[in-house]
Design a binder for this molecule. Structure first.
Ligand code: SF4
Length: 357
């Protein structure tokens, strides 16, 4: 009987989606794509990937990237620690590895931001090493093929699935095997309503034989996200808006507007301004915004104030061009849009009051 690996590789060879990272063996480019693909659909990643590679075509270029430039290129992908880890890893590879990626999963695992999946993907796809790359798609495929009924959120179950995937690796063509497994999970063995009738390994699949595709994989419920109420303050002065660079937390390295915890009163906003050497006058409230992070949801109210006095001790002042140029989190995208609209369209009405210093 034809092996699992052969069937899946032949299926992949007969036709698959074309992505720029599938047309290269450059470990740098494969690494960048795999980090981007961790939380984002492949179709969405393409434009980010192309722009990133145009800006930072080599490991050296990434190692020398400025943080603003790097985070701007990552803007919209979220999980910004991935971008910072990319740069940290690039610096390490340039300074201590002569600008070369190690080619085994064990060595790759020593690098910052590279976990078992990414190490397996780089080693198998770029270097043809005999190792598996088990991401969420592959976990689902293997849980169904092997009929694994345990919770795939448990690390020991993931480990076992990785071992079972290793046991199915071919002696050659591990690069195509890794890509084929991911492709099968993304296109055929999809979470809901898998297309088993089109599946190249249906005759080897336990779930298909027992009709339990719909129940597998078993995945315990994630903890519900915490809801946080936030007030975003757009503080205008002389056609500019006050921005802050975040030094820690979810949005480290990105620029933001003053972002207060809780839904506060106007008095509390003014008291906040006073505590930072400013006075202001409320212009109005915008439509609220909501952003879902992996563990927390921000329910944001957005207020606009005209600043009538400031002592220059808090944050910096940005014009519309700065807001387009600087990296800002997707979470405050709506606030930025309101702000740009105010700066561009209503500037003459609301912005031109002189400051009292
Ligand atoms: S037969 Fe169905 S459940 Fe089994 S691997 Fe193929 S698509 Fe997935």
């Amino acid at each position: 009987m034809e092996s699992f690996a052969r069937k899946i590789i032949d299926w992949y060879d007969r036709g698959h989606r074309m992505f720029p990272w599938r047309e290269t063996k450059d470990p740098y480019r494969i690494w960048v794509s795999e980090i981007m693909l961790q939380q984002t659909r492949a179709e969405t990643v393409v434009s980010y990937y192309n722009r990133f590679i145009a800006l930072f075509p080599t490991l050296e270029a990434l190692a020398n990237a400025g943080e603003d430039e790097l985070l701007k290129a990552w803007e919209g992908l979220g999980y910004y620690s991935r971008a910072r880890n990319l740069k940290k890893c690039a610096v390490l590879l340039v300074t201590e590895y002569q600008g070369r990626f190690p080619d085994t999963p064990e060595q790759l695992l020593q690098l910052p931001g590279i976990g078992p999946y990414t190490a397996g993907a780089i080693a198998s796809i770029a270097f043809g090493r005999k190792c598996s790359a088990v991401d969420g798609n592959v976990l689902r495929v293997m849980a169904r093929v092997e009929g694994i009924e345990e919770d795939i959120r448990r690390p020991e179950v993931v480990r076992r699935i990785r071992e079972r995937t290793d046991a199915r690796l071919p002696d050659q063509d591990c690069d195509r095997f890794s890509n084929a497994m991911m492709e099968l999970g993304a296109c055929i063995c999809v979470p809901k309503h898998p297309r088993c009738e089109a599946c190249p390994v249906a005759d080897l699949c336990t779930a298909w034989k027992t009709g339990c595709q719909g129940e597998l994989p078993v995945r315990s419920r994630a903890k519900p996200q915490r809801v946080e109420k936030r007030d975003i303050l757009l503080l205008y002065s002389d056609n500019r808006v006050l921005i802050l660079r975040q030094n820690e937390g979810l949005l480290e390295g990105l620029y933001s507007f003053p972002n207060l915890s809780g839904w506060l009163s106007e008095e509390e906003h003014l008291s906040f301004l006073h505590s930072h050497g400013m006075d202001g006058q409320l212009l109005g409230e915008r439509e609220p915004a909501r952003h879902v992070f992996s563990h927390v949801i921000w329910e944001m109210r957005i207020y606009e104030y005209r600043i009538t006095r400031e002592n220059g001790s808090y944050g910096g002042w940005a014009n519309g061009q700065d807001l387009q140029r600087l990296p800002m989190a997707t979470a405050i995208k709506k606030a930025r849009q309101y702000c740009l609209a105010s700066l561009n369209q209503h500037a003459s009405k609301v912005m031109h009051l002189p400051l009292q210093k």
